[in-house]
Design a protein around this ligand. Structure first.
Ligand code: FPP
Length: 254
């Protein structure tokens, strides 16, 4: 384990647990601290973060995760220095320019969640083209939350419902879900926030109502395939009750 957080972890068991989460969502935190601990600029941390993302995507495919949602840029990240904002925008552009073919070959379906209209016209075009190219891929759905905020998502959903003339009496949870960016995608089973911080930070606030949360004490660039396995084992040890009581079944939705 790298970074400056000095905790000796327990060994990760061999192999895979039985119940793999269908949907894993990750708050990729700690890039800045990872860079600082090495005397590097913050953007170097974000670049290391992208490299790590490749490994984690690969790990998700190998381990049978079906949906991976990553928090890459929040609606609050506009408060960061302009240089860092520009850097994060060009990272998204680079990911599309350089990685799209390989992601497509490997069966990854790319989706964007968040306010697309806040991005430059060129970036918007690239994101839309990437989504169109990969729309039939089924190996892994990769949701990139970019210019995303959970409260903003709900505001947009309510506005769209009103625009569509939805009658108040017909509003229920299932209808609201249809108006979210994640419509049609199962809620995250597991939400991971790296770096030891223990907050949700406006990420998937509706969808994570019954998610299991996991806060590994490693910075995002160090959250490698072994750490992903550790997260999967941790998840498998949780007793999910969804507000009810333990039924003894492994899949409570079955
Ligand atoms: C949080 O760490 C990280 C971010 C705000 C950006 C995450 C982005 C990447 C890993 C790049 C991948 C991006 C795409 C588009 C696929 P932080 O900067 O808040 O770290 P700190 O808390 O240590 O300062």
């Amino acid at each position: 384990m790298g970074g400056s957080i000095n905790i000796r972890p327990a060994p990760v068991p061999d192999g895979l647990p039985k119940n793999i989460p269908a949907h894993v969502a990750i708050i990729m935190d700690g890039n800045g601290r990872w860079a600082k601990s090495r005397g590097l600029p913050r953007l170097a941390g974000h670049h290391a973060g992208v490299e790590n993302l490749r490994r984690v995507i690969e790990g998700c495919v190998e381990d049978g995760v079906q949906v991976l949602t990553i928090y890459a840029f929040s609606t609050e990240n506009w408060e960061r220095p302009q240089e860092e904002i520009n850097g994060l925008m060009s990272i998204l552009e680079d990911v599309i320019d350089r990685e799209l073919d390989e992601l497509h070959r490997n069966g990854v379906q790319l989706r964007h969640i968040g306010r697309l209209e806040g991005l430059s016209p060129l970036l918007q075009k690239k994101v839309v083209q990437a989504m169109e190219l990969t729309r039939d891929n089924r190996k892994l759905i990769l949701n990139i939350a970019f210019n995303y905020g959970g409260r903003d998502e709900l505001v947009r959903a309510i506005q769209n419902m009103i625009h569509a003339g939805v009658a108040a009496e017909t509003v229920d949870e299932a209808l609201i879900e249809k108006y979210l960016y994640t419509a049609g995608i199962p809620d995250p089973d597991l939400v991971v926030r790296t770096s030891g911080e223990q907050r949700g930070s406006n990420f998937l606030i509706w969808q994570s109502a019954y998610s299991e949360w996991y806060f590994p004490p490693v910075y995002w660039p160090d959250f490698d395939k072994e750490e992903l396995r550790r997260a999967l084992w941790e998840y498998s040890s949780r007793d999910r009750r969804f507000g009810g009581i333990h039924t003894g079944r492994e899949d409570y939705r079955a």
